[in-house]
Design a protein around this ligand. Structure first.
Ligand code: ADP
Ligand code: MG
Length: 772
């Protein structure tokens, strides 16, 4: 259904004194004209004496219509809509005595004069009988709102929990609209049962008005038929629900006219307030520019929220008196009716899904489809296929198939069904992940040399990986060194390469978090004096490449009968299996040498600056002393005055200190890099030896006893920087011990801080003297 206006009807209460001169119903049955001259104090004003007229055009003006006709013309559509799943509301509005209760409930004594509610109940159950393909559940509730208090008119009935009025709350639930928590809902299965409840509620309303001194015309009553409809034919989880609200509003007469006092006054205030809130809500609803409608201002508007602005078929009945004395109230009621006409609602079927039923239905569907499939398989002569979840044994079989397939021993994995395909893919994914882990572990092993506590040293591992891979690339690009390749320090070409490396390393160092870390811990930016590190360390770095210049032999270089010495084997290893790590080691060493030379150069610069500072400071001191003592006697004719010279010196001193600081900063960076490079070189060297050891064992040693002494038999790579690579196998213990020490140290902290390295003595830079 499309968005539609609220339908507004006028019902005129029959009377012997119909004010024909004031009320005119036009033959179109939709227009009523009111001619009314307001009581004006300025009667002399000729214009005021003229009767004013108003014309109201509504859905229908019902005069002298029977209860039956009224129901058929006004309410039937709404009631039937409720059975189809649309919410519906019929609401009577008007002054006390205008016929609201007569319209809604009607006479409880006369069947013919029964009102909308009994007729609606009758219609509902007649339809329930007719619509055999649907199963209906009907519940009733009867709510009274009296002085902003919610009263359950059916709470006296058996089975309903006796709620205190305060425990009832108007609530909104997403997807379900407004509901009254605490209001009793009564299942009914027949018209009679339903009417019993209606009368019970009416009785309670009357009792309340006597015993509790309530005036029934001052309360709002909402009789609600709750309908739930499910299809009997379709095993559908969907069902529809609806609420049919039949509302008898309190008298709309204005306060001034009733002359109320005390309790009545209080009631009148409440009623007027709730009706004026109703009017405000309607005005807001009618004004489409407004996005907020004040439904929560009163219990009535809140409870009717769905009916006024929601997905509801809404009908307003404006009950009017047709007597002259009531003409102002009539006018006011018709004005309200006209405003209500502008309100639009969006009726829509309330579809719900029964989750439990949905699951059952889906299970049934799955079962049916499985049967269908197995039928197809039988026809296609593939009877062994099942569609159940894979068992553990089946999964294990798939795992083994995938492993065999990856290993090459199984040529094909034949497709059985979708579940099996999924499982095969899952196994492939697993295999890839495992492989990745293995490769990563191997890479770490290769470049880090020793196993580390991963979580503690993740950052350091990354740093190491990045450097290694960069240098790997560099090593690859330079290729395997040729025999008698010139030493780095002896040729121009090598010098050029070194200087390139220097730049690269510097760039790396700048971005390197490790270097930064070193810098931070190394110095607290105090000015210090430095001295050049000892020369022997940088130029006499152990030289693994000095003898590794042969191409790897094309075939087995040693006769099988006579195993080579370790020295021979080591040379072969360096150009063969160990060439990668050896190249990295060489590169690292080259970088280290270059950094050291740079460090020395920078140290000299810093010390020069320091000497200049000292010198200037001393001169300045002299000047001050002279000026403090016999300063003026020493002033020569052509010399600037003493104070001026002092200023110049101070300026110089400041400039020198700035230079010093700047150079010192750079120096600190380079020192950190040197430390780091030393660490890399150590790592690579030990790695090379360890790998060589295991390779040597695998290749040449057969006896288990010999295998056991791996660590003790690694060839000496270096003793110190001055010594060449490995001289004699007896140095193995030394290197093994060193390897273990490194391993222990690395496991404690992979990141080598300058402080730690400096404490080793030989590579430490001399102490730095503070400059004030
Ligand atoms: P309200 O509920 O608006 O205060 P009621 O429904 O109680 O008014 O009506 C007041 C009196 O008028 C009742 O006695 C009722 O029977 C009578 N009355 C109202 N409307 C009609 C009508 N259309 N036909 C016959 N009697 C009516
Ligand atoms: Mg009434």
């Amino acid at each position: 259904m499309k968005s539609r206006e609220v339908q507004v009807f006028v019902r005129i209460r029959p009377t012997a004194n119909f004010a024909r001169h004031l009320i005119e119903c036009l033959p179109d049955g939709q227009t009523v004209n009111i001619y009314h001259r307001k009581n004006s104090k300025k009667l002399q004003d000729s214009r005021k004496r003229q009767p004013s007229s108003w014309s109201f055009q509504l859905e229908g003006i019902l005069q002298d219509v029977s209860q039956e006709e009224f129901y058929t013309r006004v309410c039937r559509r709404v009631v039937l809509g409720a059975l189809d799943g649309y919410n519906g509301t019929v609401m009577c509005f008007g002054q006390t005595g205008a016929g609201k209760t007569y319209t809604m409930t009607g006479s409880t004594e006369s069947y013919k004069q029964r009102g909308v509610i009994p007729r609606a109940l009758q219609e509902v159950f007649q339809e329930v009988e007719k619509r055999t393909e649907h199963a209906f559940n009907v519940h009733l509730s009867y709510l009274e709102i009296y002085n902003e208090t919610l009263v359950d008119l059916l709470s006296s009935l058996r089975g309903s929990s006796h709620q205190s009025p305060h425990s009832m709350v108007v609530m909104e639930e997403p997807g379900r609209g407004v509901l009254i928590r605490g209001l009793s809902l009564h299942p009914v299965h027949s018209e009679e049962e339903a009417l019993n409840l209606l009368f019970e509620g009416e009785m309670n309303r009357i009792i309340g008005s006597h015993a509790l001194n309530r005036n029934s015309s001052r309360s709002h009553c909402i009789f609600t038929v709750h309908v739930e409809c499910r299809s009997r034919t379709l095993s559908d989880a969907k069902y529809v629900t609806s609420k049919l609200n039949l509302v008898d509003l309190a008298g709309s007469e204005r306060l001034g006219k009733t002359g109320s006092e005390g309790q009545m006054m209080k009631e009148a205030v409440y009623i007027n307030r709730s009706l004026s809130f109703l009017e405000q809500a309607i005005l807001a609803l009618a004004d489409h520019r407004r996005d907020h409608v004040p439904f929560r201002q009163s219990k009535l508007t809140h409870a009717l929220k769905d009916s006024l602005g929601g997905n509801c078929n809404t009908v307003l009945v404006a009950n009017i008196y047709s007597e002259a004395a009531q003409i102002e109230e009539t006018l006011s009621t018709l004005r309200f009716a006209c405003r209500m006409k502008c309100v639009r609602t969006d009726p829509a079927v309330n579809e719900r899904v029964d989750l439990a039923a949905q699951i059952k239905k889906l299970e049934k569907d799955v079962q049916m489809l499985k049967e269908e499939l197995s039928l197809c398989n039988t026809l296609a002569k593939r009877p062994s296929i099942t569609y159940e979840s894979l068992s553990e044994a089946q999964l294990a079989e798939i795992h083994s198939q995938v492993q065999r397939y990856l290993a090459g021993s199984l040529e094909n994995i034949s497709i059985v069904n979708i579940r099996q395909v999924h499982a095969v893919f899952a196994q492939f994914k697993l295999a890839v992940q495992e492989q990745e882990q293995k490769v990563k572990a191997q890479l770490r092993q290769t470049y880090n040399l020793v196993k580390k506590d991963q979580s503690a040293n993740t950052a350091a591992i990354k740093e190491w990986d990045i450097r290694s891979s960069t240098e790997d690339v560099e090593a690859g690009s330079t290729g395997v060194p040729k025999k008698n390749a010139p030493r780095p320090s002896s040729t121009k070409a090598k010098t050029k390469k070194l200087s390139e490396k220097q730049n690269q390393s510097k760039r790396r160092g700048e971005g390197s978090p490790v270097s930064r870390k070193h810098l931070e811990s190394a110095s607290k930016s105090k000015l210090h004096s430095v001295q050049t590190p000892e020369r022997e360390h940088e130029s006499q770095e152990p030289d693994t490449e000095s003898q590794d210049t042969q191409e790897p032999p094309a075939s087995e270089p040693f006769p099988p009968d006579s195993p080579p010495t370790k020295e021979q084997a080591f040379e072969v290893f360096k150009v063969g299996q160990g060439s990668k790590i050896n190249l990295i080691l060489k590169d690292n060493k080259a970088v280290l040498l270059e950094r050291r030379s740079l460090l020395r150069q920078l140290s000299e610069e810093v010390n020069t600056a320091k000497r200049e500072i000292d010198c200037t400071t001393a001169t300045l001191q002299q000047h001050r002393e002279l000026r403090g003592g016999q300063g003026q006697y020493l002033v020569m004719e052509n010399e600037p005055p003493l104070q001026e010279a002092e200023i110049t010196l101070l300026m110089q001193l400041r400039a020198l200190k700035a230079v010093y600081r700047q150079r010192y900063e750079v120096l600190r960076d380079i020192k950190a890099e040197v430390n780091y490079c030393e660490h890399l070189v150590d790592q690579c060297r030990v790695r090379l030896l360890t790998e060589f050891e295991s390779w040597y064992k695998k290749s040449f040693l057969v006896h288990e006893q010999e295998l056991d002494i791996t660590m003790e038999e690694s060839p000496r790579e270096e003793e110190d920087a001055e010594k060449g690579l490995p001289d004699e196998p007896s140095s193995e213990s030394f290197y093994n011990a060193r390897y273990r020490t490194l391993k222990r140290r690395n496991s404690r902290a992979l990141v080598f801080t300058p402080v730690q390295r400096n404490s080793s003595g030989q590579r430490r830079l001399p102490p730095i003297l503070p400059v004030t």
